[in-house]
Design a protein around this ligand. Sequence first.
Ligand code: ACO
Length: 363
Amino acid sequence: MTIESALVNDMSGSGLDNVVAAETILSHVDGNAGQLIIRGYHLAELASWTFEQVLELLWSGQTANTMTATDIRMQLAGARERAFALIQPQTRALTPVEALRLQLSALSDTETCPHYIMAVAAVPVFTAATIRMKQGLAPIAPDPSLGHSADFLYMLSGVIPSVEQIKALDTYLTTVSDHGLNASTFTARVIASTEAGLFSSVIGALCALKGPLHGGAPGPVLDMLDAIGEKANIKTWLRDRLERGERLMGFGHRIYRVRDPRADVLKEAVSALQDGSDRILFAGQVEQAALALLEVKKPLRSLQTNVEFYTALVLEAVGFPRDSFTNVFAAGRMAGWTAHVLEQERLGRLIRPQSNYIGPSPR
Ligand code: ACO
């Protein structure tokens, strides 16, 4: 067997586990050590940064212009106003992620605002508007004096958010900003490699993110907490699900074999908002029971808490409805998607792997 055919056999039927498909300066995930490094910083160090500072870090050297976090804040404010004029009211009948997909698709490749700025700016504008329109309320115009996270919350409620709420959302967006070659980022890079353009690349990424095995899980985490209801039901409910062969949302990860470092950062963020609340205590009890059961039921696989578990609690605490959680994830991950697209475009090499034909020979 040649090395090539051994590699092909190793990948067949799998999810390309352990295949290195790109070189990047953007982020690194060490699944055994439970570490996420973003451009030379451990995630825990970035947790206190604003989202604009993380954008500066990720975009630095990737664009023609050198931009500080302050420049980025100003440019995003202008782009949010442009995006507000592009809201499509008829999307109110769709789910928030479908509405986001449709409205991003309407952005023109001839848009004069830098596309990476427009893509980041548009997600909160379209998302907040959709949430409000679905509630029968009018969209609220962005306030250019606010930072990106603050304006997202303002467009959602019409109330200037508290410092603690802004901090929690900044921490969330920063925490999910980039994560190696996850499914959606890989999708973005494949599309970018065809020179289809940044909007096409990030829309493809959003489509990949939307699935429950990737970014579609945090809403279902809250559904699970609600369905369990009270402490007395926890073990029976979780055991029943596992016995039926179902998956517990918010647990397990393709790369992490230890606890996802993002779960701790987000647990701290939500605790700062709702310290000692019944919701957090209950979630902690469900988490502990789930981990204990998963260890017994799936002894061959280390299944730990992933980012989605505490995402659900953070986003609920700052006021997002659960059917919009994937959009808020996209608002943060758009930082990474745009940076990867810019990096891929600079490389200028078409991504075109091969497949292993296992069909019948020609008759
Ligand atoms: N609950 C119960 N069992 C699980 C779970 C879970 N959450 N996750 C994996 N398993 C089991 C599988 O049933 C399988 O068991 P088996 O070998 O007895 O058939 C074994 O663990 C391996 O499962 P795979 O699907 O091969 O693991 P993979 O690495 O592909 O899965 C994934 C990763 C998709 C995230 C998975 O753990 C899962 O479905 N989790 C629940 C959904 C979720 O939380 N998604 C968000 C992920 S985080 C993110 O993408 C941002």
